[in-house]
Design a protein around this ligand. Structure first.
Ligand code: IPE
Ligand code: IPE
Ligand code: MG
Length: 243
């Protein structure tokens, strides 16, 4: 399917910031009697497709959960395959991201990945830093609890050094100490593959996000599925605690 076939939702507002828990690569492969890596390869194709579709729809920020801080628990060769695909994605996609004016941002403790990957990520972020946007955020070795703990440590050390008052540690201060500080608030959080949990993704940021769980396996996700999700978002009534 061509990504530009995705219709603009006519009946609602467009979310500024959409995040996706890209789940179901392994099950996609299993259904076809293929090795899990085949599902991950198709998952990368879905990333290309969906990030293009998001740009065409006019979404400002797309945040994709690519590798969680818990995914190290997987067998070593699967982790190695995932890192290989990430290398390949960064190498093959950077020119298009630059030419399309996309800003690439990585969240998570990516500095703990192998040095060559860290170097590639730093270069990709540097080369797109001046891009006007939209922004593609990739969460790598990301865990929301670790992110919140790091923010707490940072604010505690600022307070201990006398640079901020303890009373100044409020919601806004924590927001500003998170890695998402420069992004608009999360509007829509989608998880594919039918699982209904957050798996340690954007726990703080999801406070008032609309949640959408779809049965589609990530490798089958495309511009139409995204447009459908955005249509559903447009029909939700957000109240933020008011009436
Ligand atoms: C998501 O697909 C990709 C990553 C977590 C990296 P999975 O690999 O979790 O696929 P399932 O859940 O086993 O089907
Ligand atoms: C969440 O998927 C992490 C990513 C999509 C990167 P998992 O497949 O790792 O989540 P669990 O283990 O089912 O909760
Ligand atoms: Mg999974």
């Amino acid at each position: 399917m061509a990504a530009n076939a995705a219709p603009l939702p006519a009946d609602g507002v467009l979310p500024r910031h959409v995040a996706i828990i890209m789940d179901g690569n392994g099950r996609w492969a299993k259904k076809r009697f293929l090795p899990r890596i085949a599902g991950h390869r198709q998952g990368v194709e879905a990333v290309r497709r969906v990030s293009r579709a998001a740009r065409q729809l006019g979404i400002e920020v797309l945040t994709l959960y690519a590798f969680s801080s818990e995914n190290w628990r997987r067998p070593e060769d699967e982790v190695r395959d995932l890192m290989g695909l990430l290398r390949h994605f960064l190498a093959s996609e950077l020119d298009e991201l630059i030419s399309e004016g996309v800003k690439l941002k990585v969240i998570g403790e990516f500095r703990r990945l192998s040095p060559d990957l860290v170097e590639m990520i730093d270069q990709a972020m540097a080369r797109t830093a001046a891009s006007p946007g939209p922004t593609l955020v990739i969460a790598l070795n990301y865990g929301a609890q670790a992110e919140i703990a790091a923010a707490a440590r940072h604010l505690a050390s600022e307070a201990a050094a006398g640079r901020i008052a303890i009373e100044a540690i409020d919601e806004k201060a924590i927001d500003n100490a998170l890695e998402t500080r420069d992004l608009p608030p999360l509007d829509l959080l989608i998880r594919t593959s039918g699982e209904q949990r957050l798996s340690n993704f954007l726990l703080w940021q999801a406070a008032y996000a609309e949640l959408l769980f779809v049965d589609t396996l990530w490798p089958d996700f495309d511009g139409d599925t995204l447009a459908e999700a955005i249509g559903q978002f447009g029909r939700r009534q957000r109240r933020f605690g008011g009436l």
